[in-house]
Design a protein around this ligand. Structure first.
Ligand SMILES: [Zn+2]
Length: 408
């Protein structure tokens, strides 16, 4: 099985290239807005949309008019990519239901005072290459790139964007997953509490990192400073820039932290069980959790990492209760946010709230996976018995794929 992954790299364009990139970003935005307007017009008129093919030929047609000369200067494959992205966004409105909003017009640089355009180049017939520390982008040229990690495979597409004052590109590549593990030796549930501490049912604990707190204190300071300054003045601009830079730093720190944790827990476990954070986040956490979702990142990153390693990732159902469930006897308790420990009313076991929640998540996950026929419990071999309480699972034949379809 192959997976498409995105890797981000830093770019160091020359001033001429930078001007070109800004122009292309604006062009991509212009094309998006143009095609979106046309689609909205049609939809209002007779409830129809333009699909990719129609949009691509429309682009081809209007390019010949003088007023659309600006499209001509743009890479045509990148222009088609805009049409593809728009088609997907339109389709999502109807297939994904209420969660997905209708696509919006993209706002210009001047209006927002902040440049956040991007465009995506497609690697048709090997036109995008990395040679001698530079990446060749159609109609832009060879842009110096910091290749901090080797390419995993052939480049599919490259998105170039300006983010938090720095140029970067994200390269999509196809990565081969390891074959699915047949014997899975450990199952671990993870609970993420309101203090953003990750607790594993095997005793694993990681705190919300201090450096993030420090950066956030600094951010609050700067935001207060900004409020004191005259809007639009030089000093205001300066503070604004520092805030933007700090936002970039925080998001990089957060991503780095999430990558490290998810890598560690993926390496240490064969089956990872999480709660569905979408619902948990809405139900239990305060506003800061939503804005600063490190935990959501950890689950996302763990998911693809387990797939790459041929391991199992599972999210337990939305309404399964985990907090306040006794890990020994299953008795439910109602806890307030301040109860970090509790004593079971049925079996009198004193336990930590987070650890018992993690254990209950692992238990629910195990039952789910067995009930769905994805794994089966098998007796441990003599070697595995040495570790106390080792649970061993075997990947069911049904999980492999083909058999399931035949059986159905
Ligand atoms: Zn109990």
């Amino acid at each position: 099985m192959k997976k498409t992954l995105r890797y981000n790299y830093r770019l160091n364009p020359t001033p001429e290239q930078e001007a070109k990139l800004v122009e292309f970003g604006a062009t991509a935005r212009g094309i998006w807005n143009l095609l979106l307007s046309e689609n909205m017009r049609r939809y209002e008129h007779d409830k129809t949309f333009l699909f990719y093919k129609d949009m691509a030929s429309l682009l081809k047609d209007i390019k010949t008019f003088e007023e659309f000369n600006w499209i001509k200067a743009f890479d045509s494959a990148a222009a088609q990519q805009v049409a593809r992205d728009l088609e997907l966004a339109l389709k999502n409105v109807f297939t994904k239901g209420r969660l997905q909003r209708f696509p919006k017009h993209k706002i210009s640089y001047k209006k927002k005072k902040r440049h956040n355009d991007s465009f995506r180049a497609v690697n048709n017939s090997h036109c995008i290459r990395i040679e001698n520390g530079a990446i060749s982008i159609p109609k832009v040229g060879k842009i110096p790139i910091i290749l901090h990690r080797k390419l995993a495979s052939k480049i599919k597409t490259v998105t170039i964007q300006y983010h938090h004052g720095k140029w970067g590109c994200s390269i999509t590549q196809e990565v081969e997953c390891k074959t699915a593990k047949q014997v899975l030796k450990t199952i671990t549930g993870f609970d993420i509490n309101s203090k953003q501490t990750v607790v594993g049912s095997d005793g694993f604990v990681v705190d919300n990192p201090k450096f993030l707190k420090q950066s956030k204190t600094k951010l609050n300071q700067l935001q207060r400073q900004l409020a004191r300054r005259t809007k639009g003045s030089n000093r205001w601009q300066k503070t604004k820039q520092r805030i933007n830079k700090l936002h970039g730093k925080i998001s990089r720190q957060r991503l780095d932290f999430a990558h490290k944790i998810s890598r560690q827990i993926t390496n240490e476990n064969d089956i990872l069980v999480f709660e569905d954070l979408n619902v948990k986040g809405m139900q239990k956490f305060n506003g800061s959790m939503v804005a600063d979702n490190v935990m959501g990142l950890i689950t996302q990153l763990s998911k693809y990492k387990t797939e790459l390693e041929g391991k199992l990732y599972h999210e337990i159902g939305r309404f399964e209760k985990s907090t306040g469930v006794c890990s020994e006897c299953g008795q439910h308790h109602v806890l307030t946010l301040n109860d970090r420990n509790f004593t079971c009313t049925a079996c009198e076991t004193n336990q930590s709230r987070d650890l018992s929640a993690a254990k209950s998540i692992a238990k629910t996950g195990e039952l789910d996976l067995i009930a769905a026929g994805i794994v089966a419990r098998v007796p441990p071999t003599s070697q595995q018995k040495s570790a106390i309480k080792t649970k061993v699972f075997e990947l069911s034949k049904f999980a492999v794929g083909t058999e399931k379809k035949e059986a159905a």
